[in-house]
Design a protein around this ligand. Structure first.
Ligand SMILES: [Fe+2]
Ligand SMILES: [Fe+2]
Length: 335
């Protein structure tokens, strides 16, 4: 494991919304879907299984793993959160690499129904903590993992929600601990991992993050260098305003997305990973972000854009540079 040192540049990668499991193979009894899961199962059977491809995921995840010293996964690894689906995710994660090099947080699909979710999520513990055995009974979230100059801080916005909702909530207990954690690690480049975006108006009512403003107030007061999320399966680039500048809030398309349409909107949602290079200079933090998307043949990754920020957290927008812009019309326009 290369955890780097606090004053060396550190490179890590980000994927999300893997939806890698097969609920048909995971279904032991129809009783298991006699709840909200029946809707998710039918949605997977008739629609979602054609949108997510295991081979796309394999290509994207392998490339992401080899492009950095740490990989973060921002939720929705499963379809309807069945216990057997969790076993499938654990097998897949163990093939990908060491838990020390991969951090995972859950998404709304991983907490699809209240039954079994609290027990199942324990199986991801090795990917959510560096805690010593005597600390194992502490709450799972927020967790912090220190790698080089970076503090990865993971929170869970995954909560079982009513039928037709895909909403999230962080909750007061997590928020209180998060506030302290951000203060404890303010000398680091703090990266908040969360499944739902904290940006206002980002998601529809039924898919949004509830109690969003409480989280944003803490981020603005305590500071955070960057927020990474998933959930809506498309490239997202936003900022949260603070007293000292802007916090980049970045969402990545689903890693398994098999979008094949020729239009730019379809292309932009194809299986992707983002890479982040963090370095500390005399003037403050520097951040370079590169986006990598599955090529048209589905065989390898294309570099689609690159942006550079300087002097974070007093973010200077004018310092970002775009390269490889020929391949990227929608994403650059969105910024
Ligand atoms: Fe998702
Ligand atoms: Fe989601």
């Amino acid at each position: 494991m290369n955890t780097g040192t606090a004053n060396q540049p550190f490179r890590f990668t980000h994927i999300s919304d893997l939806h890698l499991t097969n609920p048909k193979a995971a279904l032991k009894s129809l009783w298991m879907i006699c709840n909200k899961r029946v809707l998710g199962y039918l949605s997977w059977q008739y629609r979602r299984r054609f949108l997510h491809s295991p081979s796309v995921l394999e290509t994207v995840a392998r490339a992401a793993c080899s492009d950095g010293d740490h990989l973060v996964i921002t939720g929705d690894l499963t379809q309807i959160g069945l216990p057997e689906e969790y076993r499938q995710t654990c097998q897949w994660l163990s093939r990908l690499g060491s838990p020390a090099n991969i951090s995972v947080i859950p998404g709304n699909h991983d907490a699809y129904a209240g039954s079994s979710w609290r027990e199942c999520i324990q199986s991801w513990k090795p990917h959510m903590s560096d805690r010593m055995p005597e600390q194992q009974d502490q709450p799972l979230w927020p967790f912090v993992r220190l790698r080089g100059p970076v503090a990865f801080i993971g929170v869970s916005s995954a909560v079982p929600s009513p039928p037709f909702f895909a909403s999230g909530r962080v909750g007061q207990d997590q928020l209180q601990r998060l506030e302290q954690m951000l203060a404890d690690h303010q000398s680091r480049f703090r990266v908040l991992l969360i499944h739902h975006s904290p940006v206002a108006g980002h998601d529809s009512f039924r898919k949004r993050l509830f109690q969003r403003s409480s989280l944003v107030r803490i981020l603005q007061a305590r500071g955070v260098e960057m927020v990474l999320h998933g959930h809506n399966h498309r490239p997202c680039w936003n900022e949260l305003k603070t007293a000292s500048g802007y916090i980049p809030v970045i969402g990545v398309p689903a890693a398994s997305a098999a979008e094949s349409g020729p239009d730019e909107a379809s292309l932009s949602r194809r299986g992707s990973y983002y890479a982040y290079q963090v370095a500390q200079t005399d003037e403050g933090w520097c951040l370079e972000v590169t986006a990598h998307r599955l090529n048209a043949e589905g065989t390898a990754m294309d570099l689609v854009w690159c942006r550079r920020y300087g002097r974070l957290p007093a973010l200077s927008i004018n310092s970002w540079i775009i390269s490889q812009s020929a391949r990227l019309s929608t994403s650059t326009a969105a910024s």
